[in-house]
Design a protein around this ligand. Structure first.
Ligand code: C2E
Ligand code: MG
Ligand code: MG
Ligand code: MG
Length: 288
C-alpha cells in the first residue's frame, strides 16, 4: 500500500499518467491497482472512444474509421492505451475493455444512422486473448443484432502476435466472423512474427503497414523498401492495404507511387471525438 501511495504522489501534477513504474514492479501490486481502476472506469463510464478517419487518396474521401479507446482519468490525466492495454492484456480485463469498445462503436454507428448520417465501416482493435475466447463471436453477433448494424460495417484489427497462438483456433474464429461479413485486418504489420504461410491460410481482408515503416518511407531508406515489399505482398495475396501513421505529404506521395493509397494518419486526421465526426459527415465544417 505504501508503494501505491508513493506512486500516486509521484503522478500528481503530471499530464500523462503511467501505470507501470518501478514502484509497481511487483506484479501483484500492479494488477491490484490496475484491476481496481479499470473496473472503476468501466463502472463509472470513464472510457471514451476517439475515431480516426481512414481515407482513400485524399482527405475528402473518407472510407471509414478506427475506434481508439481513451481514458481521461478523473485524477491522473489522460492515460494512453499504449500504457494500459498491454497491462490489461495480462488478465481477462482486456475482454471487458474490448467488449465495451465493440458495444460503444456499434452504438455510435446506430446513433449516427438515427441522425440520418451515412454510416461507414468502423474498425475496432481486438486483443489476441479475446479473439480465441469462446465468447467473441456470440458477443459480436448479439451486438450487431441489438443495434441493427450489418456485419460489413465492422472490422476487427488484430496484431500478428495473435497468430502465434493456436492457429487453427484463429482460423476457425475468423471463418465465423467472415460468415457475419465482418472484415479482418492485421494491424502493425511487419513488426510481428507471422510467417507468410499463415497469411495465406487466414481469411484476411487487409494488411495495415505499421507506422514505424511509414515514418521513413519518403526517403530512399530500408523502410521504404519494406513498405514496398509489404504492398507487393498484399497485392499478390489479394489483400487491401492501409498505411498508418502517415504524417506528411511526402510519405503519402511515396506510398502512392508504391501502389498504396489508403491512409490513416495525422496528415489527414487525428483521432476525433464523435461530434467532430458528425460535423465531417454532415459537411458542416469544411474538410480542411
Ligand atoms: P493501433 O491500433 O496501431 O492504433 C494506431 C495508433 O497510432 C493510435 O494510437 C493512433 O492515435 C496513432 N496514430 C494515428 N495516426 C498517427 C500519426 O500520424 N502519427 C502518430 N505518431 N501516431 C498516429 P493510440 O490511440 O494511442 O493507440 C495505441 C495502441 O493501443 C493502438 O495501436 C492499439 O494497439 C491499442 N488500442 C487503442 N485502442 C484500443 C482498443 O479499443 N482496444 C484494444 N485492444 N487496443 C487498443
Ligand atoms: Mg489498430
Ligand atoms: Mg497499428
Ligand atoms: Mg500500434
Amino acid at each position: 500500500q505504501a508503494d501505491i501511495a508513493m506512486y500516486w504522489a509521484k503522478q500528481k501534477g503530471r499530464d500523462n499518467a503511467q501505470f507501470y513504474t518501478p514502484e509497481m514492479a511487483n506484479v501483484a501490486t500492479r494488477r491490484f491497482v490496475l484491476e481496481k481502476e479499470i473496473n472503476q472506469a468501466l463502472a463509472t463510464d470513464q472510457f471514451t472512444l476517439a475515431f480516426q478517419p481512414r481515407v482513400k487518396g485524399e482527405k475528402t474521401n473518407i472510407l471509414g474509421f478506427e475506434a481508439l479507446i481513451r481514458w481521461p482519468h478523473p485524477s491522473r490525466g489522460s492515460v494512453s492505451p499504449a500504457e494500459f492495454i498491454p497491462i490489461a492484456e495480462e488478465s481477462n480485463l482486456i475482454i471487458k475493455i474490448d467488449e465495451w469498445v465493440i458495444d460503444q462503436a456499434l452504438k455510435q454507428q446506430k446513433l449516427w444512422r438515427d441522425q440520418g448520417l451515412l454510416i461507414m465501416p468502423m474498425a475496432v482493435n481486438l486483443s489476441g486473448r479475446h479473439l480465441v475466447s469462446d465468447s467473441l463471436v456470440t458477443y459480436i453477433s448479439e451486438k450487431l443484432a441489438f443495434y441493427e448494424i450489418q456485419g460489413n460495417f465492422l472490422e476487427i484489427e488484430i496484431t500478428e502476435g495473435v497468430l502465434l497462438q493456436d492457429i487453427q483456433r484463429c482460423i476457425d474464429v475468423m471463418i465465423e466472423l467472415k460468415a457475419l461479413n465482418i472484415k479482418i485486418s492485421i494491424d502493425d504489420f511487419g513488426t510481428g512474427y507471422s510467417s507468410l504461410s499463415y497469411l495465406r491460410r487466414l481469411p484476411l481482408d487487409i494488411l495495415k503497414i505499421d507506422q514505424s515503416f511509414v515514418e521513413e518511407c519518403g526517403h530512399h531508406s530500408e523502410d521504404a523498401k519494406i513498405c514496398e515489399t509489404i504492398i507487393n505482398l498484399a497485392k499478390s495475396l489479394e489483400l487491401e492495404i492501409v498505411a498508418e501513421g502517415v504524417e506528411t505529404a511526402q510519405q503519402a506521395d511515396a506510398l502512392k507511387s508504391m501502389g498504396c493509397d489508403v491512409f490513416q494518419g495525422y496528415y489527414y486526421y487525428k483521432p476525433l471525438q464523435a461530434h467532430d465526426i458528425e460535423a465531417l459527415l454532415t459537411n458542416k465544417t469544411p474538410l480542411i
